[in-house]
Design a protein. Structure first.
Lengths: 440, 155
């Protein structure tokens, strides 16, 4: 059904524009404005704890941010419009065909996260700005260049979707190989060629498939399937940009845990510089965050990856290969760390969702009679236990996936097991760092 | 005993030894503690309070700017400190060990949801126990994988 994606996006788009309006004219107090409560509590928790682990990039299927740009580019909302797309239809520069722009973009946004998640107007500027950038990029570049190479959310969705229990794959690659027309790439009267620049016939990872389902619509041989699979089935990190994404994400999970969930008022004052005026502190904070994510943690990982190679005793394998491939262990670990970080968001601050439904602008309305529902944390004493449990699950899965990666890297079991020892020590260290924040 | 059963037992022993080893009793005589907490946008001073299980705690919460709350997770204590008023006070026995947050329960400004402090009642078994569990789990995972068969030819 061609309108499938449109029907998914439409309610999100309508809600999103209402949120933007609320962000501009509503209560400037984040906890009393629907854009903050729904986007940074409800949406975030649903995204990281449900959609990504169980639905891959399902959010990209229904994301309202790039859709206006795509409609403009296509000159059509639902129907397939044949012929040249509107706009310049340029190719994205080859040197930028990686996720480094997304890595840097997400990191820069993260520096201002204390403002982003508490100030409605900042959320309006960032989210509204992304819509505008998406429209501009859709008019300059071909297809979904914005989603593929620019969207800061897309970068980590791609990385963590490797863990998802859902995948889009061809049923039989041989059918694709023999079929010369390749409607999934070129498009047909039933749908567009893959807007994400992917060829389903050789797709073996979730990373860059936005689940837009155009290939499902165009494939005349009904050779596309959406499968359920075990958690963390894609285990190939391919390049440094993806490895660094894993480093950045796990570092930021710790940074947010300290800044937002930690007790230290000095760090909060630095991160919250527009309120406190402590710009020198903010500079320190920014430098620490950037250096930790881009250099500090990667350097620590590099040391353990080197030990993994040395311990393995294998002299043929390159250090680069070990470095890049073992970085995958930080993907399930990072995802579980982010879910652990998000637990208090919903259990402690989730009560704001109920009251803001009745008073989305924060003007004192009581539309559904829930305005006066008092802020009441749900089982707050359980939060550290749940967080510790999630980290343990992440640790177990990551070590097991490390073993799977090792099997692909080394020749025999002895090499795999020896190389896995430093990787396991690193993972325990990562878990210990989060535990010290959540349980100590 | 079958090989699988042996692996399972060793794995369980390793997983259990970690936390049990970490949970060592510390006997401390309960005492009375009077703690003055100053609240301001968006933090508390002190931001971390450490007491021992069994201590009788009196907490006075005063504000330095706007109205703030002091909600203590796990103890169901909720105080409100107003700028013009006397400090809000509560006295209770710290009868639950562990790590708890105290957080502002009165919307006090933009960063309000993240205004919190830590109340640690020693002995806090959760931290050393979970660290021990992580080490045990790591060791158990390696042990389990080392004994796993059939992944390589000639095993």
């Amino acid at each position: 059904m061609r309108s499938f994606q449109f029907l998914l996006i439409l309610p999100n788009l309508v809600l999103f524009f209402l949120f933007l309006i609320a962000g501009v004219i509503g209560n400037p107090m984040g906890s009393q404005n629907i854009i903050i409560v729904f986007v940074w509590i409800l949406w975030w928790v649903v995204l990281i704890a449900l959609l990504v682990p169980f639905g891959s990039r399902l959010w990209c299927t229904m994301c309202p941010l790039p859709i206006v740009g795509e409609w403009v580019q296509r000159g059509s909302i639902v129907k397939v419009r044949q012929g040249k797309p509107l706009g310049l239809n340029l190719k994205w520069p080859a040197s930028l065909r990686n996720i480094w722009p997304q890595n840097i973009g997400f990191l820069c946004l993260a520096l201002f996260s204390a403002l982003l998640v508490t100030r409605p107007i900042v959320s309006v500027f960032v989210l509204g700005g992304m819509i505008l950038i998406a429209i501009i990029l859709h008019l300059i570049f071909e297809k979904r260049t914005f989603c593929m190479y620019v969207c800061p959310v897309g970068g980590f969705l791609g990385l963590y979707s490797m863990c998802s229990t859902l995948e889009l794959r061809v049923k039989d690659p041989e059918v694709c190989r023999k079929h010369k027309e390749k409607e999934c790439l070129r498009g047909s009267e039933n749908g567009y060629g893959c807007p994400w620049f992917q060829y389903p016939g050789n797709q073996t990872r979730n990373n860059y498939c936005g689940l837009c389902t155009e290939c499902v619509k165009t494939c005349p041989l009904d050779n596309i399937a959406i499968n359920v699979r075990p958690f963390a089935s894609d285990d190939k990190i391919k390049n440094y940009d993806e490895a660094w994404k894993a480093f950045i994400m796990i570092t930021l999970a710790m940074v947010y845990s300290v800044t937002l969930l930690g007790p230290d008022p000095v760090i909060k004052d630095w991160a919250n510089a527009t309120f406190t005026g402590q710009w020198r502190g903010f500079l320190t904070y920014a430098l620490v965050v950037l250096s930790s994510a881009l250099v500090g943690f990667p350097a620590v990982y590099a040391g353990f990856a080197w030990l993994a190679k040395v311990f393995s005793g294998n002299k043929e394998i390159s250090y680069e290969n070990v470095f890049i491939r073992y970085a995958f262990v930080l993907v399930p670990m990072g995802l579980l760390a982010w879910i652990a970080f998000s637990v208090p968001l919903v259990m402690i601050n989730g009560a704001y969702i109920i009251s803001v439904i009745s008073d989305p602008m924060g003007w004192g309305w009581d539309l559904l009679g829930t305005k006066e529902v008092h802020w009441n944390p749900v089982l707050p004493g359980w939060v550290p236990y749940i967080q510790a449990g999630l980290l343990m699950v992440g640790l177990w899965i990551s070590i097991k996936k490390g073993y799977d990666v090792g099997k692909q890297l080394f020749k025999n079991k002895g090499e795999v097991m020896r190389s896995l020892i430093p990787i396991t020590v690193l993972l325990i260290g990562v878990v210990a760092a989060f535990l010290s924040r959540y349980t100590n | 005993m079958s090989k699988k059963m042996f692996t399972l037992i060793i794995t369980l022993v390793i997983v259990i030894i970690g936390p049990v080893g970490a949970i060592l009793a510390n006997n401390v005589i309960p005492s009375e503690r009077h703690i003055i907490v100053k609240a301001r946008q968006f933090g508390y001073e002190p931001s971390v309070i450490k007491v021992n299980k069994g201590d009788k705690i009196t907490i006075d919460v005063a504000t330095e700017d706007v109205t703030h709350g002091f909600y203590l997770d796990g103890y169901n204590i909720n105080l409100i400190a107003r700028p013009a008023g006397d400090p809000a006070t509560v006295t209770f026995a710290a009868d639950k060990a562990g790590r708890f947050n105290y957080r502002c329960s009165q919307t006090c400004g933009v960063f309000h949801p993240f205004m919190l402090g830590e109340f640690i009642v020693e002995p806090n078994y959760l931290f050393p126990g979970s660290i021990g569990l992580a080490i045990g789990l790591g060791a158990a995972a390696l042990f389990y994988l080392a004994r796993k068969e059939g992944d390589f030819c000639g095993e």
